[in-house]
Design a protein around this ligand. Structure first.
Ligand code: TRP
Length: 329
């Protein structure tokens, strides 16, 4: 059985794109592997959340993942800051991470460009902390999106470097977990590209009915087809792709026929799509709200997860300290 570790940003709610993409695969993944899922709240400090936001973001994200089907019995679901072994490994890995290689990462260069007024050391060593997250559980596989591939490559580099420096074969080199063909791409509402790529083009699992209707009704369309059976431009094709996720086949067929005969009214299609998304979202939304307000349950889940994560992390740290040469008198 492989050890899979998945890091979840503590900022940003889950949208339908996340749900039909990664999250559905996570739910399957946890049946076949030794899984760790954690919420990366230390990482979020690079952007200075208020104490109130820091906690509430973690609460919401944890509730969302539980509501969508992550199982605290099957996996270790934990909050990063509950595992103090992570910062200690981070400190140790920092000694073998070079400023030059950290400065050259795309995400750091991007930060220098977009927020020159706040280039903190946490941003520079972000990949080291991420490597600590992964290596502390000696994870073999890490599901990552395109934007995190370089960070994972750095984690491999730090693992190899540690093994080489101390002439051990201790850390496995973490590989990307490949969802393969199963990864569904969910389009956004702004006509082009994936949901979540641009702010405001997504429907969140916690969105209420009014918000969903408003968002769907303002989705980008065009002037309508003028030739029978003409090919659909991207914005319209996207709306049908969303329908495929939440609507009945007969509904999709109905609007396809209307499109092909040039009789379609996009307003009607959007109204139907909004209602079908609401029907799909509502039970999940209710579950998220129920879980997030049940503090006893939240506490139980977080402490069970922390306990599992600490058991694995403290063993790794004990080994690493020994390898490096720390000894008690
Ligand atoms: N950096 C990741 C993101 O922004 C989150 C993350 C932190 C992570 N630590 C990780 C992902 C470890 C995978 C493994 O999405």
């Amino acid at each position: 059985m492989e050890t899979v570790l998945s890091g979840i940003r503590s900022t940003g709610n889950l949208h339908l794109g996340n749900y039909f993409g990664a999250v559905k695969n996570f739910i399957k993944m946890q049946n076949e592997n030794n899984c760790f899922f954690f919420i990366a709240d230390y990482h979020s400090l690079t952007t200075y959340p208020t104490p109130h936001d820091l906690h509430n973001n973690v609460r919401m994200v944890l509730a969302e993942y539980l509501a969508t089907g992550l199982d605290p019995e099957k996996s270790a679901i934990f909050v990063q800051s509950d595992v103090r072994e992570i910062p200690e490994l981070y400190l140790l890995l920092n000694m073998n991470a070079y400023v030059g290689e950290l400065e050259r990462t795309t995400s750091f260069k991007e930060k220098i460009r977009t927020q020159p007024e706040n280039v903190n050391a946490g941003l520079l060593t972000y990949p080291v902390l991420m490597a600590a997250d992964i290596l502390i559980h000696k994870a073999n596989k890490v599901p990552v999106g395109k934007d995190q591939e370089q960070n994972l490559e750095m984690a491999r580099k730090f693992a190899k470097r540690f093994n080489f420096m101390y002439k051990v074969d201790y850390f496995p080199e973490p590989q990307p977990y490949n969802f393969g063909e199963e990864l569904v791409k969910v389009p956004g509402l702004d006509g082009t590209g994936k949901m979540g790529k641009t702010a405001g083009n997504g429907i969140y699992l916690v969105d209420d009915e009014k918000t969903i209707r408003k968002k769907v009704m303002s989705a980008v369309t065009d002037a309508g087809p003028t030739v029978m059976n003409q090919q659909m431009p991207e914005p319209i094709d996207n709306l049908f792709s969303l329908m495929k996720l939440v609507s009945e086949q007969s509904t999709i067929d109905f609007f396809k026929d209307k499109y092909n005969s040039c009789e379609i009214r996009y307003g009607d299609l959007k109204k139907q799509l909004a209602e079908d998304i609401i029907k799909f979202n509502l039970p999940i939304r209710e579950k998220i709200l129920e879980i997030s307000s049940d503090n006893d349950y939240m506490r139980k889940v977080a402490s069970l997860g922390a306990e599992k994560a600490r058991a694995s992390a403290s063993q790794t740290l004990k080994d690493v300290r020994e390898i490096i040469g720390f000894k008690s008198f």
